[in-house]
Design a protein around this ligand. Structure first.
Ligand code: HBI
Ligand code: FE
Length: 300
């Protein structure tokens, strides 16, 4: 399942084995327990991705990375990351065993605590993830948490998530998170760039999202995104593009109630849809997903 890397995860509920020790589902990172083999997996992923990302990831991602106590040598220590983050944007990294329930997740984000999986994928499954591991959560998310705009946006998402849940609109809000924090692209002066963690931590999707002719790249529009399903099992068919990262600031300060009211009626869009009113910097050929679908059909 090569291409699916960073997806399947966020769609899954925490399994019954994952009973919490603490009410907030945090655990100790147990940094000392990582084996040399686990540090080696981190190193493989880290080196592969840092080689790939220049020219693909946005400047703010690269800048955030530069100032963090993170290197190829070992899986980062969450306490050290938190010291740096706390000084810069007031965030902390807390360890969790895997996906945590939505309300627990939101409560952490609302308090500027980012829950990160403390485990790492196996050496034999570098591109496959069932739940977000330490490489996705730390390499993918933490550099952007060094950016004040992303720092505020994710906190606002946590606050908004609790409200959306009460209003029965979590599906719509989760699409915003998906198409920004996880799979967002931004138009930089010198080209299209990645800021989403799901892309930045995925080897194959980093090039696919920015360079392939196959996916649509559509200007970000809040209501449009709230109405659009996403794929959790493969590359996205559509990426939504911000003019600039500061667009997230406006989004964090947007009153969502009128949007939610409109969402009570009207259409839901499919991942590959392109609409008459979309601003479309790139209309995808769809070739990749057509070929995947054909291959899947041939197997049956
Ligand atoms: N738990 N650890 C963890 N990480 C996530 O990204 C996560 C989660 N629980 C719920 C969740 N994401 C999403 O389904 C919500 O954003 C809706
Ligand atoms: Fe994530």
């Amino acid at each position: 399942m090569q291409a699916t890397s960073e997806k399947v995860k966020h769609g899954l509920a925490a399994g019954p084995a994952a009973l919490p020790q603490r009410a907030d589902w945090t655990i100790d990172q147990h940094w000392d327990n990582y084996t040399p083999a686990q540090h080696a997996v981190w190193k493989t992923l880290y080196e592969r991705q840092t080689k790939l990302l220049p020219g693909l990831a946005c400047d703010d991602f690269v800048e955030g990375m530069k100032h963090l106590p993170m290197s190829a040598d070992e899986i980062p220590n969450f306490e050290k990351l938190s010291e740096t983050l706390m000084r810069k944007t007031g965030w902390q990294i807390v360890a969790v065993a895997g996906l945590v329930p939505d309300d627990v997740f939101f409560e952490h984000l609302a308090n500027r605590r980012f829950p990160a999986g403390n485990f790492i994928r196996g050496a034999n499954e570098l591109d496959y993830l069932e739940e977000p591991d330490v490489f996705h959560d730390v390499f993918g998310h933490v550099p952007m948490l060094m950016h004040p705009v992303m720092a505020d946006f994710i906190q606002a998402y946590g606050q908004g998530g609790l409200r959306a849940q009460q209003l029965g609109k979590l599906t719509n809000l989760a699409r915003v998170y998906w198409y920004t924090v996880e799979f967002g692209l931004v138009q930089q002066k010198d080209g299209l760039r990645i800021y989403g963690a799901g892309i930045a931590s995925s080897f194959s999707e980093s090039t696919f999202s920015v360079q392939s002719d196959s996916p649509n790249r559509i200007g970000f529009d809040l209501e449009r995104v709230m109405r659009t399903n996403y794929r959790i099992d493969d590359f996205q068919e559509t990426y939504f593009v911000l003019d600039k990262l500061e667009g997230l600031l406006a989004l964090a300060n947007t009153e969502f109630a009128p949007y939610y009211a409109r969402l009570d009626s009207g259409p839901t869009y499919q991942p590959g849809d392109v609409l008459p009113n979309d601003s479309v910097p790139h209309r995808g050929t769809g070739s990749y997903h057509r070929a995947s679908a054909a291959a899947a059909a041939a197997k049956v």
